[in-house]
Write a protein that binds this ligand. Structure first.
Ligand code: FMN
Length: 424
């Protein structure tokens, strides 16, 4: 059996699955139930000075029959008294010494305030600290959260303050609401962070009620921009993860967050360099129980691949994340339709004809649309296989043009040697 345990910047966890700082980690009771279900760690709902929340707080987008493909919230940090949270952290750690409890922290940007909360969280027994430089609403207007994460100098400064007194590892949680996430990641490293976590939620207005004109979530006929998360944000999170993981100036462990719902999602994050993964929306949707399948799925996957531990898997896909200029211009694929599986809906034809490269021929026959790939026109864009409603009906096959790999850089150096690309 593969070893699922991990050592994340000195923090030992039975498995890489942690709850992200959010409603599922509001209380000690929830965190203990999560640990019973199998979660390896929990990042406590962010601690700080008392706040008052609005009602309502959440809105979502569905996609087809899938509910909550994206979730938006305008909630702030914990609204429970600090001493209650600290007492419960101590209780959880006493009862679950092997599971990880990370205290997520956010206070005003004053050295004394940060020193105090760090000492309080560590005094309660937290295994590590996560600095919340990411919340995009409510707290940022007060100079905290994303207001810190968006200015690398501030992020560095506060990390330095925390490191002056912290005895446990310090994780800096990054905001995605920034042009280049490597800048705050480097700032965190410069400030002495032991790790970074990403992503927090993405600025968003969820939707507008067509009758009342009120944005959602509705608060007495008004709303504010909120933070977007859930399955819809996974591609954005993966890209930002890869950017940070590939940056030699960061080079500290990463906890991956954003749209993780199952073990496959988690493996993708690990392959792109995350050592632990954190989950929020999927637990808000389906409950703590989803971790059982995550643990089993990851374990089976590692066994099948004959990979002994999670750490051996970490970052294995990173060398394949390249920049466009390094891709092979001579690699060529075209679509192939499995006639046995084709239901004759004609959607591939319409999509290709109107929305892509006019590389599919079609004719009506017995109420169906018979399609034919015009290989000389097909550019291998994938669109037909993406819109096809039948699994495995349209596949992409490689055409061997008999040419060695050629990158854009090489082509630029000597265009005349590659006349077959001259029209591109
Ligand atoms: C309702 C709600 C409240 C959240 N509160 C916090 C918070 O207090 N501190 C924090 O760092 N992140 C907070 N988050 C962000 C999550 O920790 C996480 O970064 C984000 O939801 C992306 O993960 P997901 O796609 O699995 O939900 C919150 C998210 C939601 C949905």
């Amino acid at each position: 059996m593969a070893d699922l345990s991990i050592n994340f910047c000195g923090i030992r966890s039975p498995n890489p699955f942690w709850l992200a700082s959010a409603p599922p980690t509001n209380t000690g009771d929830q965190v203990m139930r999560a640990f019973d279900a199998g979660w390896g760690g929990a990042v406590w709902k962010t601690l700080g000075d008392p706040i008052v929340n609005v009602s309502s707080r959440y809105a979502s987008v569905d996609f087809g029959s899938v509910r909550m493909m994206g979730l938006n919230n305008i909630e702030l940090i914990t609204d429970r008294p600090l001493d209650v949270n600290l007492r419960e952290i101590a209780e959880v750690k006493k009862r679950y010494p092997k599971q990880v409890v990370i205290a997520s922290l956010m206070v005003e940007s004053k050295r004394e305030a940060w020193h105090q909360i760090v000492k309080q969280a560590e005094g309660a027994g937290a295994d590590g600290l996560e600095l919340n430089f990411g919340c995009p609403h409510g707290m940022s207007e007060r100079g905290m959260g994303a207001a810190v994460g968006q200015v690398p100098e501030y992020a560095c400064q506060i990390t330095e303050w925390v490191k002056q007194v912290a005895r446990t590892p310090v994780i800096v949680k990054l905001t995605p609401n920034i042009t280049d996430i490597t800048y705050p990641a480097r700032a965190a490293k410069k400030g002495g962070a032991d790790a970074v976590s990403l992503i927090n939620t993405i600025n968003s207005i969820m939707s507008i009620d067509l009758d009342s004109f009120s944005p959602r979530p509705d608060v007495a006929g008004h709303s504010a921009h909120g933070g977007y998360c859930g399955p819809a944000v996974k591609p954005i999170a993966l890209n930002m993860l890869a950017q940070v993981a590939k940056d030699a100036q960061v080079a500290i462990p990463i906890s991956g967050i954003g749209g993780i719902s199952n073990w496959r999602d988690a493996v993708e994050f690990i392959l792109l360099g995350a050592s632990t993964v954190q989950v929020c929306t999927a637990v808000m949707h389906y409950g703590f129980r989803i971790v059982e399948d995550m643990v089993e799925g990851l374990s089976n996957y590692l066994d099948e691949k004959k990979i002994a531990s999670v750490s051996e898997l970490c970052g294995r896909a990173l060398p394949r994340v390249s920049s466009w200029e390094n891709l092979d211009l001579n690699y060529k694929i075209v679509a192939a339709v499995d006639e046995q599986k084709c239901i004759g809906c004609g959607l591939c034809y319409v999509a290709c004809n109107d929305g892509a490269h006019q590389a599919i021929g079609a004719r009506a026959k017995n109420g169906r649309t018979e399609v034919e790939i015009l290989e000389d026109k097909c550019v291998g864009c994938n669109l037909c296989s993406l819109v096809c409603p039948v699994d495995g009906c349209i596949s992409m096959k490689q055409i061997d043009a008999g040419r060695p790999p050629l990158t854009w850089k090489e082509y630029q150096r000597n265009p005349n040697a590659h006349t077959h690309l001259a029209h591109k």
